[in-house]
Design a protein around this ligand. Structure first.
Ligand code: ATP
Length: 261
């Protein structure tokens, strides 16, 4: 075994689709008990990086290790217990109830023909309660609003009880109250020792909730580290081509895009 226990290590990673390289020479470390935010312009490669961590895309070069083991040496069953994923936009095509969909998060823990047990049921109910989806448990997922569906999908991810949660824009379709709720849930899960990697576009939420930020730009890491440093004016100008205004209130920094440069 190489590397250290309980860490995601990415070394010299290059990933692409067909002949088109999207990420090149990515070197990163993600720690448990922390929220790592992936930020950057549209098309920078954030979702591609998350999918690479799940083994959904084969790297062209480099290596990913999860808790010390190369991803390729981790069986698909073990990966699905270790790494839970909430995809961007979370399209759902099956007419399942919310409860049944959240229960899918327990599949990695069940053997063939094994039925859901009381520990699974507890995990499902806990995840639905945390995400405010318990009240929706009998609703058919395809009939939910975008925000309701996003909460239910996050519940499914949480129900897996994986040590790593990879979440792609979980707050994009949520109202302000649910945005704060979801970020608070992720913060609590990090406090319980889960490692969270989250794609975000909201700079204020990234500043407030993330312990570490990675700013991707054109398939490379433009900056990484403490949110305060990563969100510096020159980085925002270089990555997004924007000037942001900032102010302090309630002991937090608020960062709002002010103009395109
Ligand atoms: N399946 C695919 N086949 C070909 N190209 C793809 C595929 N998926 C993504 N890409 C391309 O890879 C690049 C990175 O896409 P990715 O979805 O990782 O970006 P992102 O940073 O998550 O963007 P956004 O903020 O818009 O969600 C983009 O140019 C995109 O068009």
């Amino acid at each position: 075994m190489t590397g250290v226990e309980r860490e995601i290590e990415i070394d010299r990673l290059a990933v692409g689709y067909g002949p088109c390289t999207v990420l090149e020479n990515i070197n990163l470390r993600f720690a448990p008990g922390r929220i790592t935010g992936l930020i950057g312009p549209n098309g920078a490669g954030k979702s591609t990086l998350l999918k690479s961590l799940l083994g959904l895309i084969e790297p062209g070069a480099g290596e990913i290790r999860v808790d010390g083991t190369p991803l390729n040496n981790i069986t698909i069953a073990e990966r699905s217990r270790k790494l839970a994923y909430a995809a961007q936009g979370a399209p759902v095509h099956w007419p399942l109830t919310v409860e049944k969909m959240v229960a899918l998060g327990r599949l990695p823990h069940l053997g063939p023909w094994q039925k859901i047990g009381s520990a699974d049921r507890e995990a499902i109910e806990r995840a639905m309660t945390m995400t405010d989806s318990y009240r929706l448990r009998d609703r058919i997922v395809t009939t939910l609003s975008g925000g309701e569906r996003a909460c239910a999908m996050l519940a499914r991810t949480i129900a897996t009880d994986a040590s790593w949660l990879l979440v792609d824009e979980p707050v994009a379709s949520l109202d302000p109250s649910h945005q704060l709720q979801v970020m608070g849930i992720l913060k609590n899960l990090a406090g319980q020792g889960h490692g969270i990697v989250i794609v975000l576009h909201d700079l204020t939420l990234a500043r407030r909730y993330c312990d570490q930020l990675v700013l991707l730009h054109k398939g490379a890491v433009l900056a990484e580290g403490e949110p305060e440093q990563v969100l510096a004016d020159d980085n925002l100008a270089a990555a997004y081509g924007i000037r942001a205004v900032r102010w302090q209130a309630d002991g937090q920094e608020f960062i709002v895009p002010a103009e395109k440069l």
